[in-house]
Design a protein around this ligand. Structure first.
Ligand code: 5AD
Ligand code: SF4
Length: 509
């Protein structure tokens, strides 16, 4: 019996826990901490697809008169998980609220990618402690990637014992059970499966907005780059079936959504786990190309799996946008090797050339880590020279952060933090220099913008993004929100463009 079956077969009678005698039995059932050792395993078991999610009668009244609040950290995958959890809360009868003050349940949906992401969560827990003291009935939960880490769960158990529940990325569909147990139990409920994971379809969700939507196409990652915690926190690669994805995209199109982003930790590995069909991301994009939705993006790509079929399909254009986020991580083949990225600088450049040849308008953005263990000055300079050679539109840049349990965390590191910080600064200066140059080229040009709403700083100004993900602030009528419009760029800033609307509601495709 695996841990999931064991848990599901545990019939907990709430009355049991009241008697001391049976308490240990109950507690055992609600205490299932993560195991890094299990999370590392990759087996040959087929992925099981579940379509039977439903809210059983026993949970239906749980949320009546109660409000929930979810704070999300980290990537788009987490944002989308939050939409699913919000959907489950709503199905349980809870109502959403915009602040912690009047929430009856607060969840922190956490990110484990770097230490500073984790520090933010521990800081927030510090703040919430006071609230929990004031209102002991408040339920406080930690979920997301940090809950998959043994060290985090131990730290919460020891130092933040006021937390009521911890559950993992594979346990989201178990939220009704976890909440019920948390209401009944005086102890912290910990339910984190480290198993490889199935695919659960038909979970409810409340999407954040009516213009853009996330669509998961796959879960997990099998790449095991030596610095990265994701393969441990998100399990093995599991692709959703194409027909499920296509149906979801059709629904979104019918509901009037204008843009979708296909999501996965390594979207280029989409379909590699199918045993019965040979079907990849290129094939999926080719189907989605035919659907009447104006904009389709995908993220995040891994250069190793980015194949010719995908390039060929993207070259068709139409609703498939010409912006590709292609994390390179380093410009040094030696560092790439130690990172276990499984491509060299030369391979990366070759891939970019192929993309640019097939899609001349393509813009590229990337992710870069500086200060990987023992990175030399020369190796870092190779990153700078690659950046100059490719001329990325922009980049997310990070100082390497050791993640417990990953191979890189065990490496000796002779690069002082001060040097890492200087390298980050030097890289950021270059990123900015090239961004300024590229943005300048837009001055006087006409761009197509999907209007998202008022600009952050000025309600008189509207804001939206171009197909290449450039933020555009412009004067225009409020009626254009949710539409694709043409804007003439009057001024380029480093990270945004200013302009004026010249045409409302541009036709699709
Ligand atoms: N330290 C620093 N940056 C990291 N990333 C992933 N793991 C680490 C780490 N341990 C970066 C990579 C990845 C992005 C999402 O986060 O650049 O592409
Ligand atoms: Fe962070 Fe990665 Fe988890 Fe996203 S998948 S929340 S980036 S650790």
């Amino acid at each position: 019996m695996n841990e999931k079956q064991r848990l599901e077969s545990t019939q907990i009678n709430p009355a049991d826990k009241k008697s001391e005698k049976d308490f240990s039995k109950y507690f055992q059932a609600v205490y299932m901490p993560p195991s890094l050792k299990d999370a590392k395993k990759r087996g040959k078991e087929e992925v099981t697809y579940h379509k039977d999610f439903g809210i059983s009668e026993e949970f239906k009244e749980m949320g009546k008169g109660r409000k929930f609040y979810i704070r999300t950290y980290g990537c788009q995958m987490n944002e989308h998980d939050t939409e699913v959890m919000a959907g489950i809360f709503m199905a349980l009868g809870y109502e959403p609220t915009n602040g912690v003050e009047d929430a009856d349940v607060i969840l922190l949906n956490t990110c484990a990618i770097r230490e500073n992401a984790e520090n933010k969560v521990f800081g927030e827990l510090g703040h919430l402690k006071a609230l929990k003291k004031e209102r002991p009935d408040l339920l406080l939960g930690v979920c997301g990637c940090m809950s998959q880490e043994e060290s985090v769960v131990n730290r919460i158990l020891q130092k933040h014992s006021f937390v009521d529940m911890i559950f993992g990325t594979h346990n989201i569909h178990r939220l009704p059970h976890i909440l019920k147990e948390a209401y009944l139990s005086k102890e912290m409920v910990v339910e984190v499966w480290s198993k490889e994971g199935d695919v659960i379809e038909n979970l409810p969700r409340v999407r954040n907005g009516k213009i853009k939507a996330w669509v998961n196409i796959m879960y997990g990652c099998d790449k095991f780059c030596t610095y990265c915690i994701v393969p441990y926190t998100r399990g093995k690669e599991r692709s959703r079936r194409p027909e499920e994805i296509i149906q979801e995209v059709r629904h979104l199109a019918a509901e009037g959504y204008k843009e979708i982003t296909l999501l996965g930790q390594n979207v280029n590995a989409y379909g590699k786990d199918f045993e019965d069909i040979s079907y990849g991301l290129g094939d999926l994009m080719d189907e989605i190309y035919k659907i009447d939705i104006p904009r389709v993006r995908f993220m995040t790509s891994h250069p190793r799996d980015f194949d010719e079929r995908l390039i060929e399909v993207l070259a068709k254009g139409g609703n498939l946008l010409d912006h590709i986020h292609l994390p390179v991580q380093s410009g040094s083949s030696e560092i790439l090797k130690i990172m276990a990225r499984k491509y060299s600088r030369e391979h990366y450049v070759e891939l970019v050339n192929k993309i640019k040849e097939a899609i001349p308008t393509a813009s590229l953005t990337t992710d870069i880590i500086v200060g990987f263990p023992n990175e030399t000055e020369e190796q870092f300079e190779e990153t700078l020279s690659l950046y100059r050679e490719i001329e990325f539109d922009s980049a997310y840049t990070f100082i390497y952060s050791p993640r417990e349990g990953t191979p890189a965390a065990k490496m000796q590191d002779n690069v002082p933090l001060e040097v890492k910080k200087q390298r980050l600064q030097r890289l950021n200066d270059l990123v900015k220099e090239i961004a300024v140059k590229k943005m300048k080229e837009y001055e006087g040009q006409i761009v197509e913008v999907l209007v998202e709403g008022e600009s952050k700083n000025n309600p008189e100004i509207l804001a939206g993004y171009t197909s290449k993900s450039k933020l555009v602030n412009f004067k225009g009528p409020k009626s254009s929100v949710g539409k694709l419009v043409k804007v003439k760029v009057s001024k380029a800033n480093t990270w945004s463009l200013n302009g004026e609307i010249i045409e409302e509601a541009v036709g699709v495709k």
